[in-house]
Ligand binder design. Structure first.
Ligand SMILES: [Zn+2]
Length: 334
């Protein structure tokens, strides 16, 4: 009964956030779960699904806590935004479209240098829920190549265009190496423009001022009290709005966290690392995830190298230790 009620709530918020977006998904994960023919093989433990059939959002965040996210970039002013947020000690997640990366690699570098996270928003920003599986996978893997090059240790976060998502898309991805991704990363604030809430792209399309759009975002934040915030760094007005909003939010006592710290997403990230690390895995507090046997990690606490062996950390002589046959994680990349 409770579970069913929860699904209904998730669906209601999905529909609301999609309202007005052309091509928004109408499929529902509830329909999928009621149809035995589409059940995943070995179904029964949610841990099986790294990319969840359901959307992950920020309703469990503490009161007055936000996780900022920016979609559809990198854009011409993404570096400026990344630098600004870093100067405010705010770390956002940038869900990029691979098609926008060529010529703007410096934007990704600035995002990483600012301590931000880069997520996958697919290559061409097309709806994933009504395309063939091969096309869906190319949309995810092409952008993954850009991300893996600059952020090789993850985290791997996926947000589908329009938030359009269903069980079939999740199962397609989970059957491939892209199952390293956690998602669908949804949002709580910024999905739809109304009299009391905002969506930046819709504000600018309707020539609403930066001040008015920012006030609508603030209003929605005060109503919901917490959550993942959706904006789009491809739009110049959005960067100006963020620079107005952040000082106001701080003055009102709002705190900022990151998407990997959002409880539902934190749990999913832990599941993915446990599932991919194997039975002899060790948990690394330095990396914040589990790693397979013979992985070597330089500890943040004592700066010494340690190797994972049979679920235990043993001493290693350094990154050149011959027994370090797996991945090596120095504290600072050379
Ligand atoms: Zn988008």
């Amino acid at each position: 009964m409770f579970a069913r009620h929860l699904v209904a709530l998730v669906l209601a918020s999905t529909v609301a956030a999609c309202a007005g977006l052309t091509g928004c998904a109408t499929e529902t994960s509830e329909d999928d779960s009621n149809d035995p023919s589409t059940a995943a093989p070995g179904d029964g433990t949610s841990e099986d699904a790294i990319v969840s059939e359901h959307s992950l959002a920020g309703s469990e965040l503490p009161d007055h806590t936000l996780a900022l996210s920016f979609d559809d970039g990198p854009g011409p002013r993404s570096k400026e935004l990344a630098d600004y947020l870093a100067s405010e000690n705010i770390h956002a997640t940038f869900f990029i479209n691979g098609k926008n990366v060529p010529g703007r690699q410096n934007m990704l570098a600035a995002e990483l240098a600012g301590g931000h996270i880069i997520g996958n928003h697919t290559q061409n920003h097309i709806q994933l829920t009504n395309i063939p599986a091969a096309k869906l996978m190319s949309e995810v893997t092409l952008t993954d190549a850009f991300i893996a090059e600059v952020q090789p240790n993850g985290p791997w976060l996926l947000r589908p265009p329009f938030g359009a998502w269903n069980g079939a898309a999740a199962r397609t991805i989970n059957a491939t190496p892209m199952s390293k991704y956690v998602g669908s990363v949804f949002w709580d604030i910024g999905g739809v423009l109304t009299d009391t809430a905002a969506a930046d792209w819709d504000c600018w399309g309707k020539h609403i001022t930066i001040e008015k759009c920012g006030a609508l975002y603030m209003n929605e934040m005060n109503t919901r009290k917490r959550g993942i915030v959706l904006m789009h760094d491809i739009h110049s007005n959005t960067i100006d709005m963020v620079k107005q909003l952040v000082p106001q939010l701080k003055a009102q006592g709002w705190k900022f966290t990151t998407i990997p710290e959002v409880p539902s997403i934190k749990r999913a990230l832990a599941n993915v690392s446990a599932a991919t690390a194997g039975p002899d895995a060790c948990s690394s507090s330095t990396l914040g995830k589990s790693v397979p046997a013979n992985t070597c990690v330089q500890s943040r606490t004592d700066q010494k190298w340690h190797r994972c062996e049979n679920k235990e950390w043993v001493d290693a002589s350094g990154s050149a230790d011959a027994k370090c046959t797996g991945a090596k994680y120095p504290l600072t990349t050379p």
